[in-house]
Design a protein around this ligand. Structure first.
Ligand code: GAP
Length: 516
């Protein structure tokens, strides 16, 4: 656990040091759970979005993209259920006056029991070595079984209370487990009450409730209300999808864990409209497609897992999270939901407009069912950094050891593809060649010209920000127009003609490599 915390702290410090992410309004001591992306962060985030967009819109003839407004008619949120039910259970500690999500307090308690189980398994693994059978151990060890039974019991009570909206039951669970405030250690809690997560604001020309607007808490509703517009103007036939990337806002009670849970964040969502009765087939297909999308980036399978929702929302007939092994454990990275016809029907009813699809094969009208894939771009950013930031020990030819921080991003999403480094910053011939190469390569991809240190230091800096290639221009370049091309991961250095650099790098950083 301590090691995991260290890794998390390291990621946060790394983001600040190299200009990936800053706390918002830092000069005013920051705004809680709001972050700004710096020069490298915005490049990386754009590349993640481009990868997603291409995988959805560019690579599928039956998925189209839109960019809907953040503000929507307030009835949208009534129909979608967000006004009445987009709530989290809130509880205050009477001693510290700190506010918590009641369900998260219980989940954190369960995480501690799970950590105990894992410790027990690790200990046994070490003791028995290769002969160890983890599955059998988990099924027979008395301490593991007792802890597992405790977890199942708590999980069951939590799920029932959440599904039934039973705030008293939730409070009783916190009291029964004797959960203490992490800040003050006190077990004095207020009642648990529902807290709506939508931010609201006011239209300029209408006073009172009538003019109340919400900042969208999900991008999906912009897709649902545009279903007919898009279907008619693109002449798409069911099954087809609509994709969107955009900001969403949630007044999270406890916004923590850096960019994992923010109040302003970005979502990449796709609603796939299908014929009723075929939705579960599509749901399975999208589960697989989305897992492969993550794996193509080089994320090992061991760091990804499916987690089925135990209690389905009333409008869903299947739901799963793709969880990633963040430094603070496996948590939701993406959701895949079979949302039935709930949203389209709700908008149809409240708007009084017919929102249906005429299926020429069936010769019938129906409200399509929807399979949704929804991933937070910021969460994906955090998962990417967690997966790729590595501390490596290097051994030089003379046996000396040194450490380097290296961000092993897939070259296709790296913020800078190539750094051009002049061996001597005051040597006019070298500078001229290096600047010429920088200008030439910049037509093709994002490059950086850096002459602010020794070559060794410049390599380390580029490693730390994930640049897959460095090109060094030196005295030999003046003689024969060749440069040294260094590979971030293998550290191999090869001599290549300047005229070939562009094509070598272009091939390696092409996003196509993520799709084939
Ligand atoms: N339209 C479905 C929907 O919004 P969700 O599970 O509430 O479902 C989808 O959110 C994804 O959005 C999550 O899997 C997560 O990646 C991201 N997300 C949700 N709340 C977030 C927050 N407060 N900060 C950052 N990302 C968030």
């Amino acid at each position: 656990m301590a090691q995991q915390n260290d890794q998390f702290k390291k990621i946060i410090a790394h983001c600040k040091e190299y200009g990936f992410i800053y706390q918002s309004s830092e000069v005013y001591d920051g705004l809680s759970a709001v972050y700004d992306y710096g020069p490298l962060g915005s490049l990386l985030k754009n590349n993640i979005k481009e990868y997603w967009w291409k995988s959805m819109v560019q690579m599928n003839n039956n998925i189209v993209g839109i960019d809907a407004a953040i503000f929507m008619h307030p009835k949208t949120w009534k129909a979608s259920g967000h006004v009445d039910a987009f709530n989290d259970p809130l509880v205050d500690n009477k001693t510290s006056n700190k506010r918590y999500r009641a369900d998260v307090l219980v989940e954190d308690y369960m995480d501690k029991i799970e950590a105990k189980i894992n410790k027990e398994v690790d200990k046994a693994q070490k003791r028995f070595g290769d002969a160890f059978n983890e599955q059998e151990f988990r099924l027979t060890n008395q301490r593991v079984l007792a802890n597992q039974a405790k977890m199942d019991d708590i999980g069951g009570r939590l799920a029932t209370a959440m599904t039934d909206g039973d705030m008293e039951g939730l409070k009783q669970l916190i009291l029964d487990l004797e959960i203490a405030c992490p800040e003050s250690g006190s077990k004095e809690w207020t009642d648990v009450r529902q807290f709506n997560l939508m931010f609201s604001t006011q239209l300029g020309n209408i006073a009172g409730e009538e003019g109340k607007l919400y900042l969208r808490p999900e991008t999906a509703q912009g897709i649902f209300v545009n279903f007919l517009n898009v279907q008619k103007t693109t002449r798409q036939k069911v099954p087809f999808g609509i994709a969107q990337i955009g900001k969403a806002f949630r007044n999270e009670i406890v916004a923590r864990q850096f960019i994992f849970r923010m109040r302003e964040f970005e979502q990449m969502e796709m609603q796939f409209f299908v014929k009723p009765g075929t939705e579960l087939e599509w749901y399975e297909k999208w589960k697989e497609t989305r897992l492969n999308w993550h794996k193509a980036l080089g994320t090992p399978e061991s760091k990804l897992r499916f987690h089925d929702h135990e209690n389905l929302a009333h409008y869903a007939n299947a739901a799963v999270d793709i969880q990633f092994d963040f430094p603070f454990g496996f948590k939701e990275l993406e959701g895949i939901h079979s949302r039935t016809d709930f949203d389209l029907k709700a908008h149809q009813e409240l708007s009084g407009r017919k929102i249906q699809y005429f299926d020429p094969e069936e010769n019938a009208n129906y409200v399509p069912y929807v399979v949704e894939t929804s991933i937070g771009c910021d969460r994906m950013f955090l998962a990417t950094l967690s997966n790729c930031l590595i501390e490596e020990t290097l051994t030089s030819a003379d046996g000396k050891e040194s450490k380097r921080d290296v961000l092993k991003l897939h070259p296709a999403i790296a913020p800078i593809k190539c750094a051009i480094l002049p061996l001597k910053k005051n040597e006019p011939g070298i500078v001229e060649k290096a600047k010429g190469l920088f200008k030439e390569l910049s037509f093709s991809f994002q490059c950086q010209y850096d002459d602010t240190g020794s070559i060794g230091k410049l390599y380390r800096r580029q490693d730390a920000v994930g640049t897959p290639f460095c090109v060094t221009v030196d005295f030999d370049t003046l003689e024969d127009d060749t440069v040294t091309l260094r590979d971030r991961d293998t550290l191999e250095q090869i001599r290549v003609p300047m005229s070939e650099v562009e094509s070598i790098i272009r091939e390696k950083v092409n996003m196509k490599n993520l799709f084939v």
